[in-house]
Design a protein around this ligand. Sequence first.
Ligand code: URA
Length: 229
Amino acid sequence: MRLDKFICKSTELTRTEAKKLLKMSKVTVNNVVIKDPATQVDEDDYICIEDEALTARSFRYIILHKPLATICSNVDEIYPSLLHLIAVDKAFDMHIAGRLDADTTGLVLITDDGLWSHNIISPKKQCEKVYRVWLRDPLKTTTAEKFTHGVQLQGEDGLTRPATLEQVAEKEVLLTITEGKYHQVKRMFAAVGNQVLGLHREQIGPVKLADLPLGEWRYLNTEEVSAFL
Ligand code: URA
């Protein structure tokens, strides 16, 4: 594992703070000062920050089936945070990797590993998200092509990245996108003169919601976690 990741995993420090300490020569690996955050280390290495030894704690990786009227925030607002649904110690120390609107249901990934969630939400990583969408009007024959080409969202420069559309019924589709702009799916359909009446996320990368019941959660398995490492 990278040294900066090991530090984040073993302390409350952010990646930026860890890098700062490395730059300031405050970190030793096996009694040698190391400044490069990408240095590979493992749990057998003796790693200290200002002479204090670190022990790696485990990160947590959770999948939750988000119900309506909950929010992907660490503080309650009009609706309660969905972190209330997770019965683990210090649930509010975790964060959500890719938010959903209060009126959207489906797959949410929750973790305390900032590097891992970065791989899901960073636009550069182009991680695929699959949404089931229920529309006000029947899907037009031109929409799939427009989404492949990219559409202009109101108030944004440039076009959306190529997205894939699969029709399920007259007013129901599966949409795969690789970015996560604010209200992206609703705004994409607004851009082609339609309206989203219902929205549900089924998949992020290779991780599927499958038959996880509404409001329930489970830990991700090793294979699912490593998909975003
Ligand atoms: N796009 C939206 O418009 N809303 C969501 O919750 C997720 C994607």
